[in-house]
Design a protein around this ligand. Structure first.
Ligand code: SF4
Ligand code: SF4
Length: 464
């Protein structure tokens, strides 16, 4: 029996209209595992800006102070190179996992799938009932009952969309900032506008656009075929075993009983028996649906299963291939590079800069004073108290009007420093400082001491 042709997108009607899907919810080992993964992901995504790890929000892009907090790791603007490693790890991660596992991201990890399948559809089913009842409700004329159910559903969606947008905005404004923005939009106009816009986009997605995001809007769905080959793992139908399909009473030989359960559960409305299709998000619902049927008719599970195109055609499964090794090595290299860079990075960074337009002053007792600023980045999780001492020259003195040079965990602070020494008799001379803290940190800084006749170059700072 020939397979049907893949002639059109399943959600596109003959007249070009949208075909609304009513996917049946199925339970099975993959859906259960995916639900568990979704619970962890939703909890982590929604909790990250509200909980603290080592004294800071678990996830917070502090744009104002140019800092990024990521589950206990604090990255500063000067750590931008680490972001390159992270970006590299993301890119090679996508390459590697797509080459091996196909669209595992789409089915298991993508927020669109996670929220739509694990939050939105269950809410819809709770309020409007199973697909057959939902279909009837949509077809019937408007009534108080229909209005109530639709209103209740949209209100529930709005609560979910609002919670996600609030959390997303909190990633950039912080927990206090987002509460402030919602109480008084004028205090954070851009943040509030982002919150409203995102809530609107999510409502559009949850209430209407749904699987169209994966089918027509998502770029990853488009280019993933470039990253996959015939040996990449995907979800496929075993034509050799399933065909010719038919009801058992037909007496035909294939295992597929043509119950269409795999089509009914598909969130993108496709028939996986027609072959691998771009609309398939690898959610594995059709595997669970078909396994349930195979259990009932006493046939082995796996008529629809995770397999490669080549293995479905009879070749052995070959997950390790040259491209997988190349992507894997690149992924390991950037991940190790990131780990090493973070582990080996200086936990404390100090720098002194000369105050603008203040090369030196002559004190009443004839000594010369230079005014500088000490800038300290504390990338550790502890409050540090710093002390600055003179190493050279022996007649040099360093002091600060600030008594306690304390810098909080993950903070950057600047303190005024006064370098004083008797007139050295030269316009410029060397001045060495030692910066230390109460946790054993010690660092030598070299700067230039300016005296009579000297003018500070605009860019003068210090050499460590
Ligand atoms: S669920 Fe399995 S048996 Fe039923 S139509 Fe799909 S492939 Fe055939
Ligand atoms: S074909 Fe199967 S795996 Fe693909 S989207 Fe549909 S139900 Fe999910």
């Amino acid at each position: 029996m020939p397979l049907a042709e893949n002639d059109t997108v399943s959600t596109l009607g003959d007249e070009g209209q949208r075909v609304w899907l009513y996917p049946l919810r199925v339970m099975g080992r993959f859906v259960r595992a995916r639900t568990a993964v979704s619970i962890v992901l939703v909890a982590a995504l929604l909790a990250a800006p509200w909980i603290e790890v080592l004294g800071h929000p678990a996830m917070y892009f502090d744009i104002e102070h140019r800092r990024f907090y990521f589950w206990g790791l604090t990255l500063f603007a000067t750590d931008a190179s680490y972001l390159l490693f992270l970006f590299g790890a993301f890119i090679f991660g996508v390459f590697f996992f797509t080459a091996v596992f196909g669209r595992v991201w789409c089915g298991w990890l993508c927020p669109q799938t996670v929220f739509l399948e694990s939050v939105i559809r269950p809410i819809e089913e709770l309020i409007e009932g199973p697909p057959s009842r939902r279909k009837r409700l949509d077809a019937e004329p408007w009534s108080a009952r229909k209005l109530f159910r639709k209103g209740l559903k949209l209100t529930a969606f709005l609560v979910v969309a609002g919670a996600i947008s609030t959390t997303f905005t909190a990633y950039f404004l912080g927990a206090h900032g987002v509460i402030e923005a919602q109480a008084d939009p004028g205090s954070h106009p851009i943040g509030f506008a982002a919150f409203v816009a995102l809530t609107g986009v999510l409502m559009f997605d949850f209430a209407w656009f749904r699987e169209q995001t994966c089918i027509v809007a998502c770029p990853y769905g488009r280019f993933q075929s470039v990253l996959m080959d015939g040996d990449s793992l995907t979800i496929g139908y075993d034509v050799g075993r399933g065909e010719p399909r038919g009801k058992p009473k037909d007496g035909l030989g294939g295992d597929c009983v043509d119950c269409r359960k795999c089509v009914q559960v598909c969130p993108t409305g496709i028939d996986i028996r027609k072959g691998i299709q771009m609309e398939c998000v690898n959610c594995a619902a059709c595997i669970d649906a078909c396994d349930g049927i195979m259990d009932k008719i006493g046939r082995p599970r796996g008529l629809i299963r995770y397999a490669s195109l080549n293995s479905l055609a009879g070749s052995p499964l070959r997950l390790v291939r040259p491209r997988v090794i190349a992507y894997g090595l690149a992924l390991v290299a950037v991940t190790v590079g990131f780990g090493a860079a973070v582990t080996l990075r200086e936990p404390i960074e100090v720098q002194v800069n000369r105050m603008v337009n203040a090369p030196y002053v002559t004190l009443p007792d004839g000594r010369i004073q230079n005014m500088l600023t000490l800038r300290v980045s504390n990338k550790t999780a502890l409050v540090r108290h710093f002390v600055v001492q003179t190493l050279e020259p022996s007649d040099g003195e360093v002091t600060s009007p600030v008594r306690d040079l304390a810098v909080g965990a993950g903070q950057v602070a600047s303190f005024p420093l006064l370098l004083i020494r008797p007139d050295p008799g030269a316009a410029r001379s060397r001045f060495s400082l030692q910066v230390s803290d109460d946790h054993g940190y010690r660092h030598r800084l070299e700067t230039v001491f300016l005296a009579h006749g000297a003018a500070a170059p605009a860019d003068e700072g210090t050499r460590p």
